[in-house]
Design a binder for this molecule. Structure first.
Ligand SMILES: [Zn+2]
Ligand SMILES: [Zn+2]
Length: 181
């Protein structure tokens, strides 16, 4: 394991969240334009805590998505500054919690804090690990020329190139055709 389990889950969630943006989604549309789409994402990741289910929350989560995508693409020193900003803004207070069958892990916001704030802080705490371990190069953008999807490379020798097998297969077919023609 490269990072702790909760950090890997949090990073995976950020990648999944950013995958709903038009430049990375399968449909090419914003897949967080309706509250139901947010519910589906949260359920898929067993996201705990408060959910309002309204348009305001949805808009805040879209803003969080934009911010996290930008940090993902920053170099280590800039990312450290951004993470500190996020933690200060949310007055994050780390503590160990154990809930819903999940073993001890860190929460740095109350379960009753607004969803977008919890998403930002959880991501920030995971990024703290990534930055401290000097592993920012594991936060990647898909190599496929028509995809801007983000992913975490958890491979041993940081050799992963695509956000999904879908992109990997598509690029393999394209490379094959290019060789064959
Ligand atoms: Zn938790
Ligand atoms: Zn991709």
């Amino acid at each position: 394991m490269i990072f702790t389990h909760d950090t890997e889950v949090a990073l995976g969630f950020v990648a999944a969240l950013t995958e709903t943006s038009p430049e990375a989604s399968d449909s090419g549309e914003d897949e967080l334009s309706r509250p139901g789409q947010l519910v589906a994402l949260l359920d898929a990741w067993d996201y705990s805590g408060r959910r309002d289910g309204d348009e305001r929350e949805l808009a805040e989560v879209r803003d969080a998505r934009t911010r996290l995508r930008a940090i993902w693409l920053q170099d280590r020193d800039d990312a450290a500054v951004s993470v500190n900003e996020l933690l200060a803004e949310a007055r994050a207070l780390p503590r160990l919690v154990r809930h819903d069958g999940a073993d001890w892990h860190i929460h740095a916001t109350e379960a009753e804090a607004p969803l977008a704030r919890r998403i930002l802080v959880e991501a920030a705490m995971a990024l703290v690990d990534v930055i401290r371990a000097d592993q920012m190069e594991r936060l990647r953008v898909c190599d496929a020329d028509d995809c801007e999807g983000l992913y975490v490379d958890l491979s041993k020798n940081t050799s992963r190139r695509f956000c999904s097998t879908r992109c990997g297969n598509r690029m393999a077919v394209r490379a094959y055709r290019a060789r064959a023609s």
